[in-house]
Ligand binder design. Structure first.
Ligand SMILES: C[S@@+](CC[C@H](N)C(=O)[O-])C[C@H]1O[C@@H](n2cnc3c(N)ncnc32)[C@H](O)[C@@H]1O
Length: 553
């Protein structure tokens, strides 16, 4: 068959020793190594591990050598659909902690080539190149399969002959099933085409038996869907049981469901989970510093036929309904014409209210979304010190500030704020502490975040937030402003941190934010809150605190 993977190719690679390379175990599952041991006796179960090879270290023990170090010709399989191969491999990498779910990237073609390199390294073949439509599908399928993981796994487990079969499933096989289930249930793709395509992927990338298994389980799903009956739990029983059922139906961790049901009530908690499960919408902020206006951006989007609306809250912002990929491909981000920034983050900058001539310290500044926006508001007069503990993220901040023509205003400082505030006596007009937080307000954009957060993390985060607040407060001049912000909707990270801070720091008082943001965002105690359900944007929080001029310790 022209263009398809030749099986003889498999034998030209040697299998890694499972004792020395657990990577293959994680990808293909424990049975991968069973088949390696008896590779000659069972071609059916032999995984096609093309990319690893073994060599010896100084002490003679074998190690895995990255495929890139070997010279070879590419094998292209034209029969496997590119978006499914790329999605399956990306899902594997996400699960192993080697990638994020979000494909939003302005690296364009280079990023796509990288994705295909990963496919080749993992599956041993490339597919045809991704077209624009495939890229959109990868984004939808990966984001969706990650978001809906708990829900999809419940259905897969219900239809695959029991928990043991599910638990023993090879990781790659599980990803292929998740893709098939998501495509049939959530994307409403033609079911039998989905079955055929995913069966083919399982056969080629694992073994024929895996294809048969995918075929059996997906066909069962199609029958259930045709009868309009999916085996999902009922919301009944005590509070815990209801939370577990809701967690499965809406695909969230149980602890989040319990927390939100307690604080918001079940109806609002469900609305929040529905928001988290919708495709994220994105906003663009035009770069005034480069001389562009929002009207220029709107004209550009119209020409590109990208559906959009101007923001009713912020003059420089435009909301996109879809079409982010087109914006990336047109180079609008790369060239500094505009940035991707949510209105909720833009409104935090409104709370800071940077004015030309001021000195501002951004205490947790990287990767620089708010720092760059604040710097542009300084209109080249003033200074912005951007502190962050993370060197790599700080590098992104530096690059972005150059692209956006604000590098003459911004000075990046690599430091732990807790030490920086002791070693430096500088005092600023305004200090922003955009603190590390749970990110519970941005779950629609960060598809994998919900699975990476544990309830126990909150305790550690709160302690860090208190320490950073104490540190940031030392950098505020008398009469100056401290803004504490998060992208969380959890009162323990927001209002409660501010209340605790004010008890420790009598020299600060709340400066209500109603002069800086629209009334609908101002809480009874004068803080800024954006609410995903109410405002259809990410959830975020900011408190504006003013330092007394005359307070004596
Ligand atoms: C929410 S992010 C900041 C986002 C940024 N303000 C923006 O708008 O792009 C929090 C940042 O805090 C930084 N961070 C965490 N602990 C820190 C510390 N002890 N000192 C300085 N920065 C810290 C992290 O590296 C991370 O970049």
């Amino acid at each position: 068959m022209e263009g398809t993977l030749s099986l003889s190719y498999v034998s030209s690679y040697c299998f890694p020793n499972p004792n020395h390379c657990t990577r293959w175990g994680r990808i293909f599952g424990p049975r991968a190594f069973d088949s390696m041991a008896g590779a000659s006796s069972s071609t059916d179960r032999t995984p096609k591990l093309h990319s690893g090879t073994s060599s010896n270290t100084a002490d003679g023990s074998p190690v895995c050598v990255p495929p890139s170090s070997r010279k070879r010709t590419h094998k292209v399989n034209t029969e496997v659909s590119p978006h499914r191969a790329v999605s399956a491999v990306r899902l594997l990498r996400i699960e192993q902690g080697g990638a994020f779910a979000d494909l939003l990237s302005d690296k364009g073609r280079k990023a796509l080539k990288n994705e295909m390199d990963y496919v080749e390294r993992t599956l041993g073949f490339r597919t045809r190149d991704l077209e624009d439509r495939d890229v959109r599908l990868v984004s939808d399928v990966v984001g969706g399969a990650v978001r809906w993981r708990r829900y999809l796994d419940h259905l897969i487990m219900s239809l695959c002959n029991g928990e043991k079969t599910f638990r023993d499933m090879e990781p790659l096989l599980l990803q292929i099933l998740r893709i098939g289930f998501f495509e049939i249930i959530k994307l409403g793709m033609p079911p039998y085409a989905v079955v055929d395509e995913n069966v083919r992927l399982a056969k080629v990338s694992l073994r024929p038996g895996a294809g048969n298994m995918v075929n059996g389980i997906l066909r069962k799903l199609v029958l259930h869907k045709e009868k309009n009956f999916l085996p999902l739990p009922k919301v009944e029983g005590d509070e815990r049981a209801q939370a577990r059922a809701l967690a499965t139906i809406h695909s969230h961790p149980v602890w989040m469901v319990r927390r939100w049901t307690k604080s918001l009530g079940q109806e609002e908690a469900v609305k929040l989970m529905n928001w988290n499960n919708t495709d994220p919408s994105f906003c663009l902020r035009v770069n005034l510093q480069k001389g562009y206006t929002r009207a220029d951006l709107v004209m550009m989007l119209k020409d590109m036929k990208v559906p959009h609306k101007v923001s009713v809250y912020l003059d420089d912002f435009v909301r996109l309904q879809t079409g982010m990929q087109a914006v990336i491909q047109a180079g609008l981000l790369k060239d500094g014409f505009c940035s991707v920034q949510d209105e909720s983050a833009g409104l935090v900058v409104s709370v800071v209210d940077p004015q030309p001539g001021e000195t501002i310290i951004d205490c947790c500044a990287a990767p620089g979304g708010k720092a760059v926006f604040m710097a542009s508001r300084l209109r080249t007069q003033g200074r912005l010190w951007a502190v962050d503990i993370n060197k790599a993220r700080l590098r992104v901040l530096k690059e972005t500030s150059k692209i956006h023509n604000v590098d003459t205003v911004i000075t990046a400082i690599h430091a732990d704020l807790r030490l920086f505030c002791v070693n430096h006596l500088m005092k600023a007009d305004k200090v922003l502490l955009d603190a590390p937080c749970s990110g519970l307000g941005v779950l629609s954009k960060r598809a994998d975040l919900r699975w990476n957060r544990r309830l126990e993390d909150l305790g550690q985060l709160k302690q860090l937030q208190d320490e950073l607040l104490d540190s940031a407060s030392r950098l505020v001049k008398p009469g100056g402003i401290l803004v504490y912000s998060t992208c969380s909707i959890d009162p323990e990270e927001n209002e409660e941190r501010v209340a605790a801070f004010l008890l420790r720091h009598r020299e600060f008082a709340v400066d209500p934010v109603h002069r800086f943001v629209p009334a609908g965002f101002v809480s009874a105690n004068g803080f800024y809150n954006s609410d995903p359900i109410k405002h259809s944007m990410d959830g975020s929080f900011a408190a504006r605190l003013i330092r007394s001029v005359s307070y004596s310790f």
